[in-house]
Design a binder for this molecule. Structure first.
Ligand SMILES: NC(=O)c1ccc[n+]([C@@H]2O[C@H](COP(=O)([O-])OP(=O)(O)OC[C@H]3O[C@@H](n4cnc5c(N)ncnc54)[C@H](OP(=O)(O)O)[C@@H]3O)[C@@H](O)[C@H]2O)c1
Length: 239
């Protein structure tokens, strides 16, 4: 997918990785970037080339309205996401927590893809970038509900890729570990810069890749899956 002159829609674009992707799209010559935001009144940035559009990925009505408002899109970035911790896998609140995260991280991706894929197809094709995680491939008990959503989103990404290829739509899965965004604020961990991740993801799109592993640990985890000691059997404690 060529970024220059593309017209992109980025969900959750007001901060974190979504904002970095929006900025990197413009830096690479995108003609227009629609920033999907839950509240357009909270959009404070005045960046030429970026147009805020109201979108809550848990609300099918807002997704349909956003797709109707942006009929020229040829690149969709499913970035919006939330994380919640549970006390353990036996936490009585686990199912309620998982349901909440699934609404955004999984059903949100499905609904937004279903709304925008016909738009992309009508424009001759394009690409969908799904922001996944290294946690698609392992689960710590505390983050097990979040991991389940990212495993599910990975699965959907893999199915959508096969089907949308026929419509000239490239589907790219981005897997990454901890990034330095609000989502990990307060956790003293090794984190990758979201700007660096945005740059890698867009280079992968331009190189026609179907998957991008944006940090060394994510590459190690993926490689371990086919070995005798896959990472998910012995996940180290958070440092
Ligand atoms: N940070 C990490 O370590 C990490 C690692 C791997 C993958 N990821 C993934 O990267 C993506 C971006 O996360 P981030 O780190 O940039 O997090 P972030 O800084 O917390 O930003 C999350 C973004 O998603 C938006 N959002 C949340 N729920 C939404 C909804 N229902 N509808 C529309 N937008 C919604 C937020 O909007 P509001 O401002 O309105 O809340 C915000 O713009 C997520 O999919 C996340 O799972 C993050």
């Amino acid at each position: 997918m060529k970024i220059r002159d593309s017209i992109a829609f980025v969900t959750g674009a007001n901060r974190g990785l979504g904002l970095s992707i929006a900025g990197e799209l413009l830096a690479r010559g995108a003609k227009q970037v629609y920033a999907g935001v839950r509240s357009t009144s909270s959009w404070e940035a005045d960046i030429p080339g970026i147009v805020p559009i109201q979108l809550d990925v848990t609300d099918p009505v807002s997704i349909a309205a956003a797709a109707a408002q942006c009929p020229d899109v040829n690149l969709l970035v499913n970035n919006a996401g939330i994380a919640r911790v549970t006390e353990s896998t036996l936490d009585p609140a686990w199912i309620a927590t998982a349901r909440e995260i699934f609404e955004t991280n999984f059903y949100g991706v499905v609904l937004t893809t279903q709304a925008f894929a016909p738009v992309l197809a009508a424009n001759g094709g394009g690409a969908i970038l799904n922001v996944l995680s290294d946690a698609s491939w392992f689960a710590r008990p505390l983050l097990s509900a979040y991991s389940a959503t990212k495993s599910a989103a990975w699965s959907f990404t893999n199915a959508a890729r096969i089907e949308l290829r026929e419509k000239n739509i490239q589907v790219l899965g981005l897997h990454v570990g901890f990034m330095d965004t609000d989502m990990t604020a307060g956790y003293d961990l090794k984190k990758t810069s979201p700007r660096e991740v945005a740059s890698q993801a867009l280079s992968a799109l331009e190189n026609e890749q179907q998957e991008v592993l944006a940090d060394e640990n994510t590459r190690f985890i993926k490689q371990s899956l086919s070995g005798n000691q896959p990472y998910y059997l012995n996940v180290p404690a958070l440092a």
